[in-house]
Design a protein around this ligand. Sequence first.
Ligand code: GAP
Length: 456
Amino acid sequence: MSESNVVDRSEATMEKIVSLAKRRGFVFQSSEIYGGQAGAWDYGPMGVELKNRIQRFWWKEMTQLHDDIVGLDAAILMHPRTWEASGHVENFTDPLVDCKKCKQRFRADQIDPAKLARKECPECGGELTDTRKFNLMFKTNIGPVDDGSGLIYLRPETAQGIYVNYKNIIQSNRMKIPFGIAQVGKAFRNEIVTKNFIFRTCEFEQMEMQYFVKPGEDVKWFDYWREQRWAYYAKLGVRMDKLRWHQHGPDELAHYAKDAYDIEYEFPMGFKELEGVHNRTNYDLTRHQQFSGKDLQYIDQENGNERYIPFIIETSAGLTRQLLMVLCDAYEDQKVADKGNEDDWRTVLHFHPTLAPITVAVLPLMKKDGLAEIAQEIRQGLKQEFAADYDQGGAIGRRYRRQDEVGTPFCVTVDYQTKEDNTVTLRFRDSMEQIRVKREELEAQIKEAIKGYKRA
Ligand code: GAP
């Protein structure tokens, strides 16, 4: 038996996902024509649609479906004191070592402790430097003079933009505790190790929500948000048996956190953090009050003007990391025939229809005999409701495969029967089942199928 027969072809490896992502326009290496820029990636036509849909899904979940959460879009550039108050200037560091021989740089906490103790390079056996602290924040300069007086950071998390706006939002929107503020935006970290595609990058996007609660009620809300965030992933349509909780042990817990759990996903390289749910206590607002000199206490008018600094429950997810998770989760090389050739297999992305970059593709069986015109007309109609694609190039089977590969959940085929009875074929991506549908019922049928979608 040849090796290719033994290997499980259906396994979703990172190599296959990276290759598909490039081939079909999900993710490209940044500045590829110059040899690429480490730690940065570009999202192509399919990728940007997928990213926008994940973001919209999260935003709807956190704001529209939670009456007590409002949105914010704070600037990336913040007053540098912010990062002193937050503890990032002092503590946002990785332990680093360099190899004097091969010049590679490593995170000391990711090297075999015995090798680290011997100062032995894990790659070439050369001598390692002493461990030193390396701050992950990117520094730049604001203003025309570059003498250090205009030092400014690219934000390493979106959370601080929420904390510094908490009073503004209470005042402008008459928010009452408990309430939350949600934000999606770019964050930057000078990561030393940026392998595994878009898993850990220097430029990425976060989807964070900070929930402000009365001290003493924090444990109740912490449990509530753990439940809510777990339920979110079920709605997102990913395989729940691939997810698990990881509670931070005493050595992992951030100095400000009372309790912290990560939701981890089983990526091709193993279980890795997807999102964190943290009880941050009143650390953040206390520190900002101290550093800014502004009173950040909440005045509880319904309880005799009681004053306190709220505790914060944070849910912090990476948007770009979630996109990688959705891609890995959706990917399947599926055997669909047994003829002994390449056509036996199809690559399919089982995206939830709400997330799929293209919802429906309209395909004329032939370009001639007026079929293309009818298909275009149908596409124009569907476009008002769905992301609708049109493809007339090549054999119909190939076109289905092309759509499967980018995760299009529905294909509509216009054939000669359409001209006779005004019906079309509606094909379902996952089952490959095809049904005959009246043209005027197409939109309703697709909507129904989206609503009732369950991944097999
Ligand atoms: N405000 C809390 C905070 O930023 P974090 O655990 O450092 O916590 C939260 O980051 C989430 O942001 C992570 O669970 C991950 O999904 C994402 N994330 C963090 N660093 C990242 C990186 N370098 N590249 C991509 N995503 C990252």
